[in-house]
Ligand binder design. Sequence first.
Ligand code: SF4
Length: 381
Amino acid sequence: MTSLPLISVDPDARGRRPSMPPRHLADLDLSGRQALVTELGEPAFRAKQVSSHYFGRLVRDPERMTDLPAATRERLAGELLPTLLTPVRELACDDGATRKALWRLHDGSLVESVLMGYPDRVTVCISSQAGCGMACPFCATGQAGLTRNLSTAEIVDQAVYLAGVAASGAVSGSPPRLSHVVFMGMGEPLANYSRVVAAIRRLVAPAPEGLGLSQRHITVSTVGLVPAIRRLASEDLSVTLALSLHAPDDELRDELVPVNQRWKVSEVLDAAWDYAATTGRRVSIEYAMIKDVNDQPWRADLLGRLLAGKLAHVNLIPLNPTPGSRWDASPKPVEREFVRRLRDAGVSTTVRDTRGREIDGACGQLAAAGDTDGDSRAATA
Ligand code: SF4
């Protein structure tokens, strides 16, 4: 993923075996929910009613589901809407336009999500795994390894929960309706492929089956799992692919993004261009600007040559340095020169806004702060 998150370790959870959460309505499509409700001895249409509350009205409190018989409300909600995410901490910054949420999962793992309001849209950044197995050296989450994949519903519930926060008017200066979702929180989404794709289907299905978001407003980030990129292209989904490239040459990328030792820059870019051709969607090339590591002018020129004429946009990410890390952000003049060279090569390029820095920056840092041992901080972008 691209947000370069940090470790999520709950000290209480150490040594405990991670386990998957209870089944939730969002794990199932509508027909699966209807079958479940029937198994529970209720008429199938109850599945639609509960789904309408959860996805349509963003309501999960059975007391507010007044169209359900009082006698079965609690039981149905308990079976279909078990608590998956317990808020541990929620912080706001950017004058209330950014809110970060830290969640504890049922097995004690910590993950986080970020809600970002803009004048024309509201975006959530969500996690797909607790921890990550991709081992990128500038990312402490990667150093600590993968705890477990999130379930489909654990992924979806982050978006639904924060859609409710947005609907309450808590995000200043933005519309109240959640419109965009980016899979750039903790984890490598394509390493949890089937649950992430199922989560996307829930997010884009119209209410009451899902949240009713536009496919074009969903972005899936990856470090470059080539077979999974090709599989995603065949899913008949037109979500945006964000490729965390971080280096244009194999020598450096082998180090910064170790999965490059398996799939080289040329293979990853070929898969990205095939994805763009199949879906018609421009690929976002994510590039963390790391001082004296990947920010040299010659690397900008090489990147420009690789991307010129392609359906691609470069998103440069100023690295968010944290105390004690050996990785630092590129100086602004270096960043500006990098942008200039890419644009001169005809490559559309922007620098990512650095939302949320005053509340522990990018995805993962809040979870790191939630680790009371406080020993897991590192640089993120
Ligand atoms: S190890 Fe790499 S892929 Fe995994 S969360 Fe960190 S930056 Fe993303």
